[in-house]
Design a protein around this ligand. Structure first.
Ligand code: PLP
Length: 457
């Protein structure tokens, strides 16, 4: 059961099918353009959507809004140092600003930045600095039926290949995303992090964690890796951080807050350069684009996320959601990761070819059916048209991510989603593909507009 009780409630929004049809057409078949007031169950993201605790809300009242040296900054610094062991703690207002700071400081044109799989903002920030983002995850990550318990693991042979191709000078750092969001929220094993760390140390290349879901990753290690079974989540998380030189973090995930992030590192020279840049684009080093009250909520959230009763329920709720979808015959990525269930649109809609955006079509159908909002992670997000020929290169996976916000929905809400998916599966032949109407060159999925190819979805 939920290891908390509900103190504040917010009514759900209910709509008619006609209202949803009009909203979707007006949104260009892109759920990012649909107002939240027209969404019943919002599984768009687990980012910034957490319910805060009574302790966090009371902490917000203790906000010290001093421009420099706010006491809330020192509380945050203390918590981040306790968890990561990294000395320098640089707050930012989101994870992507931490990425922007890091990559604009260390990436030169033509550099390669390996990761298990880059998250979309991570990839975009590398590319914006004219680097090349390279995914080096184990092949099992792309096999949606493989039961591999750690599909976020790094494939060291792929790191070797990148190094052989461009040489040490073109590798400013290696990233490791825990858990691997874009690959299904799959965890990284401690053994794989150790191997990646040893590889980096051998070649003198810094290792940074993309640590958005470090606590969920640690919990999955504890439950899936016998070597971690006797360790606390905090010990497992620390074992990871000890292997690296720093981390970027969106506190909107395992920070259990609605806004915030940070970058932490042990590298003194790098911290100075990052701090100088921070002052230019975010604010002074003890607030980094956040209010003092936000810093306090993050500091408390980072403590609460290590509560193993919380993590057991959190990760267990997502797993049960996946098990019920599976029992209904809905094709999903297995095993279920930490923060989301991913529908496999290729198997759900085998009659929709990849150039017709099957995962986006399924996302739209789910909204029309029941007012549920998921997000496409497939051809719309990662497909790239060749500028000269117009021919597209397509990603390996066509997924619909149903991300579960932390401490927000009950199992009954998720049952409603399972039932809607089962109804869609029964009439999947009636779901048609989409075509692009307009598309931005960077992070296209946020603003793209599409149109339906066939009859009604
Ligand atoms: C959310 C996320 C980011 C970016 O963080 P924002 O706070 O949304 O800017 C980076 N990496 C991963 C793995 C994420 O999940």
């Amino acid at each position: 059961m939920e290891p908390y009780k509900i103190k504040v409630v917010e009514p759900l929004a209910f709509t008619t099918r006609a209202e949803r049809e009009a909203a979707l057409a007006g949104a260009g078949y892109n759920l990012f353009n649909v107002p939240a007031a027209l969404i019943t169950i919002d599984l768009l993201t687990d980012s910034g959507t957490s319910a805060m605790s009574d302790r966090q809300w009371s902490g917000m009242m203790l906000g010290d809004e001093s421009y420099a040296g706010s006491r809330n900054y020192f509380h945050l610094e203390h918590m981040v140092r306790r968890i990561t062991g990294y000395r320098h703690v640089i707050p930012t207002h989101q994870g992507r600003v931490a990425e922007n700071l890091l990559f604009s400081t260390v990436v030169k044109p033509g550099d390669r930045v390996p990761n298990n799989i880059h998250f979309d903002t991570t990839r975009a920030n590398v590319e914006h600095n004219l680097g090349v983002a390279v995914d080096c995850v184990v092949d099992d990550a792309y096999d949606v039926t493989s039961p591999h318990p750690f599909k976020g693991d790094m494939d060291i042979a792929k790191l070797d290949r990148v190094l052989a191709e461009v040489g040490r000078e073109r590798l400013p750092l290696v990233m490791l995303t825990i858990t691997n969001n874009s690959g299904g929220g799959q965890p990284v094993s401690l053994a794989s992090a150790r191997a990646a760390s040893a590889w980096c140390r051998r070649h003198g290349i810094p290792l940074f964690f993309d640590a958005c879901r470090f606590a969920e990753n640690a919990w999955l290690c504890k439950t899936r890796d016998p070597d971690c079974a006797g360790m606390s989540v905090e010990q497992i998380a620390r074992a990871f951080f000890d292997l690296g030189d720093g981390c970027t973090m969106s506190a909107k995930k395992d920070g259990l807050v609605n806004i915030g992030g940070f970058i932490a590192t042990n590298d003194d020279a790098l911290a100075t350069r990052l701090s100088n840049m921070l002052i230019l684009i975010e604010g002074f080093t003890t607030y980094g684009g956040l209010a003092g009250r936000d810093l306090e909520a993050i500091a408390i959230g980072l403590e609460e996320v290590l509560d193993e009763r919380y993590l057991e329920h959190r990760v267990g709720q997502v797993r049960r959601f996946g098990e019920r979808l599976q029992a209904a015959g809905v094709p999903i990525v297995l095993p279920v990761g930490g923060h989301a269930v991913f529908l496999d649109a290729r198997r759900f809609l085998p009659h929709v070819p990849q150039p017709h955006f099957p995962a986006q079509a399924l996302t739209c159908a789910l909204y029309l059916e029941a007012g549920i909002r998921g997000v496409e992670i497939g051809g719309l997000m990662f497909g790239v048209p060749d500028e000269a020929t117009g021919a597209w290169s397509w990603p390996e996976l066509e997924l619909v991510r149903l991300a579960v916000p932390r401490r927000v929905y009950t199992d009954a809400h998720l049952d409603y989603v399972v039932e809607a998916c089962a109804r869609l599966l029964a009439r999947r032949d009636t779901i048609h593909g989409l075509r692009i109407v307009s598309r931005a060159p960077v992070l296209p999925h946020f603003t793209a507009r599409l149109a339906p190819l066939g009859g009604p979805a």
